[in-house]
Each structure stands twice: as C-alpha cells, then as structure tokens.
Ligand binder design. Sequence first.
Ligand SMILES: *Cc1c(COP(=O)(O)O)cnc(C)c1O
Length: 406
Amino acid sequence: MSSCNDAFARLRLAPGGQAAPATTAGLAAWAEIDLRQLKRNYQWLRQRAGAPVMAMVKANAYGHGLLPVATYLQDAAQADWFGVATPEEGVALRQAGIARPILVIGGFWLGQEAAVVDYDLATTLPDPSYVAVLERAAAARGVIAAVHLEVDTGIGRLGLSPDQLTATLKALQPCRHIRVDGLMTHFAAADAPEQADFTREQIRRHALALEQTRAAGFAPRYVHLANSAGLHAFPPAATGNLARIGGLLYGIAGDALSPAFPPPPTGPVLSLHARILGLKAVPAGTPLGYGCTFTTRRPTRVATVPLGYGDGLHRIQSNRGDALVRGRKAPIIGRVSMDVTMLDVTEVPDVALGDVATFIGAQGAAVISAEDYAAVMDTIALEATTSLTARVTRRYLFDPTDTSSA
Ligand SMILES: *Cc1c(COP(=O)(O)O)cnc(C)c1O
C-alpha cells in the first residue's frame, strides 16, 4: 500500500529515525522511542487479551509520537484498532495512511461530525442529542456511521447514564445511517485491589446495559471494558472482546497497575536524554539558578543540560530527582528553568562535555524508570511522557525488515 510506504518515508525522515542504533551526534536533547519494544508489547497484549487490542494513541501516543507509533503498529504489528480522544487525532491518522478501524473515545462536538463521517471514524456519543446530528451528517453523504456506546457504570465521567442510555437507544431506533458497533465502559479503579468489588459492579452493570441494548434490537459486535489496569487485574473473559490499551502498550503503567498481581512482561519504549553542554567548577557557597534556591556546600562540578520545563520536565523537579551520567546518579540542583537544568556531577569520574545525561532510561545497570522520574514530579508515568513537548526530538529505533513489507 503506497500510503503506508509514504508514512514510512516520513518516519525514516523523522529526525534521527535511523534503523540502526546509529549516532546521536548533532542532537543535544532527545527522546528515544524503541518501536521494536512497542511491537513486542503489542504482541504480548494481544496474546494476554485473547482478543483484538485497540492501541490507544491519543495525546500524541502518550508523548511517543502519533504517526510513527501508529504507522509502525499498523504495518509491523498488524494492529487491530486505534483509539484516539478527538476527531482531529483520528483525521491525522487517516491522512497518514492508517486504514485500520479508529474509535474516537471522546466523541465529537457540534461541527466535528463531518470529519467523523468523512474520515470513517467510529465514535462514542457523549449525549443522546448527538444521535440526530450524526444521523444527519451520515445521511447527507449516504454512508453508515459506526458508534460505540459508552455506558457510565461508575466512573462518572464520559459515558451515558442509565437514563441517557435508554434515551439514546430510543433515538437510534429510526436511524438508518448509524450502526451500533460497540458497547463499552471505562473502569474507574481497576488498579486498586481494595476497589475490586467496585470494578466487579462495573462489569455487572455493563452486562445489564448489554442486555438492554440487545433488547432494543441492537447487536454490538464489540463489547469492551478493559484498560491497562483492567486487563492486568481481571480475567480477559470478564472484560469483553476488545481491549483498549495505552499505558501497558508503552510499557509505562507500573504505577497504574494493581500491586496484587505480578507485573506484566511489557517493557518501556521511551527514554529521555540530553547532553552536558556546559560544565564548570564552582566553590562552596555558590548560589545556583533562578531564585538562588540551591547553594553549594562543597566545591562542586555543575553540568548544564538543555532540557527544561519547555521540554516537559516539571519545575517541581527543582532540587529533586536525578539524571544518570556515566552510570551514576547526578542530582538535579537549583531550579529547573524553561530550557536548562543543572546537575551536580561532582561524584562522576571523568565527566566531560557531551556526556549523555539520562533522565528516563538505563545507563548500564543504573535505571531511572518513567515511574521513578514521575514520582519525583508527584505524578504518574503517563503524565510524564505525555508532557514531553514538541521541542524534544523523537528518535525512532525500528527494524527495517518490519517496514519493507508494507
Ligand atoms: C485512555 C483510555 C484508555 C487506555 O487507558 P490505559 O490506562 O492507558 O491503558 C482506555 N479507555 C479509555 C476510555 C481511555 O480514555
């Protein structure tokens, strides 16, 4: 398919998108995205689910890069489904040659229904009133729009309440241009062992909603409940015939999984690095950075690296957390500013300009996981990777034999 080849041409042209772990010369700060690990994660997830897996690629594929991630998953891992939050994300996928089914989990707002229909995006309906809007748009083009009804079984967020489900099913009855392809719900607390009964109640309510939907004359082909935490903590059979997976796909959901079960064999896809581009020795008593929040207590070697909150580090990391330099922990000192962060590299032997400081990832045996990195920011790894901004060059590692078959 030429569209796939086009997408891979762009992937190959992505900054640093070499197939081999070639040089990072010329890069001062970058995130490395290991698409081979992403593929292994996807394949394991499909085995675990025993069902199709919807690769959640919303929010720039959790910061990993929407188009390279989706293109590789489609062509190298034969991904079954893609999940996005907004119609715009779905349109971007179609324009890049993604041909697999796409679900817009966040539904659409008035005015976006044309994109949903034109780009063949399946959508949820956040309110019964959207039924008529979608039916009109699909009828105008003579096509059938696919919907997945999201039922609120306990999360209280998006999803139809019992009354709204009844009203939506009624509104759908006369629609000849909408097909109910799916019935889904989203777990609120599948990662919390003490909330297992709550999750079981969500599963029970979803089964009732399915009965109601069938009684109204609809036969949704996909029944789906599980996110990463749900797939990890509940038998796949209890969570339907499609799994919507984000965190575990990227191997970064360790802090969003139930501790009651062994961790899955998925591995992290993203690592974050920057080079030391300034290095100086300062005496004890030297204040460092905005606000002079850090004063050296000994003669100190200070390294400056070009990553700051403009790249997705958080200012709360000021004087907290570490990066790895030459396999050793180098503490963050002073304020994290927009473009640069300082590290105390006094304890790093032979430290030199150009040395790589790893904020997320491994250097030899030393590891800072995305979960560790996020904990310093008082958040979870999903927020940490999603926060990486467009300024951070994504360098993609992939197996070229995976990409030539497209
Ligand atoms: C983001 C999202 C998912 C994926 O959740 P993970 O915890 O990242 O696996 C699944 N379903 C819905 C509705 C979502 O919004």
